[in-house]
Ligand binder design. Structure first.
Ligand code: G
Ligand code: G
Ligand code: MN
Ligand code: NA
Length: 249
């Protein structure tokens, strides 16, 4: 596959870069974290969205090398931010199941000099469909040194409460389909409220994703979400702009 070969060389050619989208405290309006989101600036095709190449990277196994690079870069940049700001990195199931996955993360942290508490790994429910030892070990080993875990895209997969019961998530990210779009209404609002209620009891932060309007921000804050993310606050921006946003706080 053409895109596969290109992806292998994209790293060496410096075509990939990491953007950062703020995650905002809905009470204070202050930035609490940034989610790292990969971008590929292809010399001929222009900007490629992760949806166009992450699946290829997963199928071909390139995701392991790519993922290690992303975590290392994100950690290096986050190490320059104030100490109370964390960085969230998305992990593919395949990356987590690969041999030495936890070691790769630990090395990235050590090389960047980033406190493990300042790294949050975002995983989706699809990770647990194949419930195996390597997943459980990965999560246990890293949470033992302080790395945080967030359950991403919550509500789009199996949404089993068993995952929340069995794993040490400190955050749940409610999928943006509950916040915007044609299926938003009384039902989605009640679901967000229920998740937020659970979050407050279990001392988990609840992030509302995909916030695009002030109306949505008010609604999810009222429903009990503690954090928000979306174009209303900011798109994902290059690292120098992330630093500027922090300087303005
Ligand atoms: O960045 P959006 O901007 O387009 O991202 C689209 C999808 O790609 C999201 O589901 C997101 O989780 C995923 N994604 C973005 N960056 C990364 C990354 O660094 N690693 C992995 N595994 N997925 C990513
Ligand atoms: O699956 P994950 O949550 O990691 O993906 C984040 C994706 O959501 C990225 O593609 C990011 O660019 C996108 N995103 C972030 N904020 C918004 C928003 O306010 N509206 C929409 N439509 N997409 C958003
Ligand atoms: Mn995510
Ligand atoms: Na998400």
């Amino acid at each position: 596959r053409e895109i596969e070969d290109e992806l292998r060389t994209a790293l060496q050619r410096d075509e990939l870069s990491i953007f950062f989208q703020p995650i905002v405290d809905l009470e204070t309006g202050r930035i609490r974290a940034f989610e790292a989101l990969i971008r590929w600036f292809h010399p001929e095709k222009g900007e490629l969205a992760p949806d166009e190449f992450i699946p290829v990277a997963e199928e071909t196994g390139v995701i392991v090398t790519l993922g290690n690079w992303i975590t290392a870069q994100a950690a290096r940049i986050a190490a320059q931010w104030p100490e109370d700001i964390t960085v969230a990195v998305n992990l593919s199931p395949l990356q987590i199941r690969a041999p030495g996955a936890a070691l790769g993360i630990r090395n990235a942290l050590r090389e960047a000099g980033l406190d493990p508490h300042r790294l949050e790994l975002e995983v989706t429910e699809s990770l647990f469909i194949e419930d195996n030892h390597s997943t459980a070990n990965f999560i246990q080993e890293l949470s033992a040194i302080g790395v945080k875990f967030a359950l991403d895209d919550f509500g789009t997969g199996y949404s089993s409460l068993g995952y929340i019961n069995n794993y040490p998530f400190n955050k749940i990210k409610v999928d943006r389909s509950f916040v915007s779009g044609k299926n938003v209404g009384r039902k989605s609002d009640a679901i967000i409220r229920a998740v937020a209620e659970m979050g407050s009891t279990l001392e988990m932060e609840i992030v509302a994703e995909g916030l695009e309007t002030l109306e949505q921000v008010k609604a999810v804050r009222e429903a009990g979400c503690t954090l928000g993310q979306g174009y209303y606050f900011s798109r994902a921006v290059p690292d120098y702009l992330a630093a500027m946003l922090l300087a303005q706080e």
